[in-house]
Ligand binder design. Structure first.
Ligand code: SF4
Ligand code: SF4
Length: 442
């Protein structure tokens, strides 16, 4: 590799690192627009959850075929990066196949293993494209998937296919160059899958082959840098965020609804029980916008893969209601992006006259939720759409008082009769009178 190529590679690496780093910091800022929440307790249990759910893909295996295909892409992504490391080092040092002399006869074994993974990734991407565009699996064709979300998913699969084919083309051309004893292409041994290109490449001249090998090499690495930047705008961000997201999962019992500390405090004060001192600023009850949600809610939104497993399990969605837990996550992310972008440009930010509630997620969606927890259970990376819904319903009930009449009657009954039904607590055991009478007659 010439000095000019090395310099160009260094510039490409630096520019890519700058843009990717800037975007990562922006996402971090957007997530931190949410309120504080302590998720640092029980570190061992958290680590175990992350290892099982994110590394081990535990929840994915509820759907074994999709899980197997996803596993091929996931393992491919993790391990092929070792080959990418060699490519980056070659680019920086101006070498070619830097690891070959170091690893000796193990080198072709390793490259063959990577090629096996490459073929696995190609196979999975093709099947995933068929599932989306030929079989049209229902969770991929729901209303919220129209337009950009489907385009995003398709682009990801197509880019991965192109990147994988570039590796095979690069290795194929390299092998022919090795047999022609071209300078700079040391003999490394045969590569199994990329040898399918050999009959195609063999009749070509050494110069043409070098061009093919270099185009595939540069295409692959530049494609990876561009893809890494694109990911930060895509649902594919889950490949990184799934790990912290599962680490900071909600460890409480399934279905346990988080108490509102400020309300508990208020009630304690009314009852004369010891209570925390009231905060200087009266907080908003529930969530109207993203800054009323916690940072974990916003991280959930950025980690969402838009797989639709939650919506597929949602009874409200299944029965034709407008609610889709996947949409709740997508809209939360859209709003965080909008506010973050506005702040970055010195705009109105949260004060832009819009809010998550009303402009992105409407009342009808929130009222349709049965709080069954099925969406939380279904999510492969422990995202919790229900808690966002609950926070927004709290805003509706406690700040807007705009809940339906039937709910208001229930709230009143809970307050006055300590039960959802309108009868005094003293009558609660009336139903047992007959039973008591029968027992005493015996
Ligand atoms: S908790 Fe609500 S959003 Fe989640 S599955 Fe049940 S009804 Fe759907
Ligand atoms: S919340 Fe979870 S289950 Fe629902 S679409 Fe996102 S990743 Fe999939």
């Amino acid at each position: 590799m010439s000095l000019l190529s090395q310099l160009f590679f260094l510039i490409l690496l630096g520019v890519s690192a700058f843009f990717i780093g800037r975007r990562i910091l922006q996402i971090r800022k957007n997530i931190l627009l949410g309120k504080e929440e302590d998720r640092t307790d029980q570190p061992q249990r958290r680590l175990k959850t992350m290892l099982l759910v994110a590394f081990g893909q535990k929840k994915m295996f509820k759907r074994p075929i999709a899980a197997f295909l996803h596993l091929l892409i996931y393992v491919g992504f993790l391990l092929i990066n070792l080959e990418v490391l060699e490519i980056v080092l070659d680019g920086l040092f101006g070498t070619h196949r830097l690891f070959a002399p170091l690893l000796g006869s193990f080198y072709p074994v390793l490259i063959n293993f990577f090629e096996f993974l490459v073929v696995g990734v190609i196979f999975s991407c093709v099947v995933f494209l068929i599932r989306r565009h030929v079989l049209k699996i229902s969770r991929f064709t729901k209303i919220e998937m129209k337009g950009w979300p489907t385009m995003d998913a398709t682009l990801i699969l197509v880019i991965e296919l192109v990147l994988m084919v570039a590796i095979l083309a690069m290795n194929g051309a390299d092998q022919v160059l090795q047999t022609k004893a071209v300078a700079g292409y040391p003999v490394t041994g045969a590569f199994f899958f990329s040898s399918i290109f050999i009959p195609l490449f063999e009749p070509l001249s050494a110069n043409t082959l070098i061009i093919i090998e270099r185009v595939a090499w540069w295409g692959h690495i530049a494609g990876i840098f561009a893809f890494a930047y694109y990911i930060t705008y895509s649902k594919h961000l889950h490949i990184f965020l799934a790990f912290p997201n599962t680490y900071f999962s909600n460890l409480k019992e399934k279905g346990e609804i988080k108490n509102m500390d400020n309300v508990t405090n208020e009630v304690k004060s009314m009852l004369g029980l010891p209570a925390d001192p009231p905060p200087a600023e009266i907080p908003r009850f529930g969530a109207k916008d993203i800054n009323d949600l916690s940072w974990k809610h916003l991280m959930d939104a950025y980690a969402c893969t838009e797989c639709g497993r939650c919506t597929d399990s949602c009874p409200a969605n299944t029965t034709g209601k407008v609610l889709s837990p996947r949409t709740i996550m997508m809209k939360t992310r859209d709003r965080a992006e909008e506010v973050g972008e506005s702040i970055r440009k010195g705009g109105a930010g949260l004060e832009d006259g819009k809010s998550l509630y009303g402009d992105y997620i409407n009342k009808e969606e929130l009222l349709a939720c049965t709080t069954c927890n099925a969406c939380v259970e279904a999510c492969p990376i422990t995202i919790d759409p229900l808690s966002i819904i609950i926070e927004m319903r709290r805003y509706m009930a406690m700040e807007e008082s705009s809940t339906p009449q039937s709910w208001n009657a229930m709230f009143q009954n809970v307050e006055t009769s300590f039960a959802p039904w309108k009868f005094p607590p003293t009558d609660r055991f009336n139903w047992a009178q007959d039973v008591k009478a029968k027992i005493s007659d015996q």
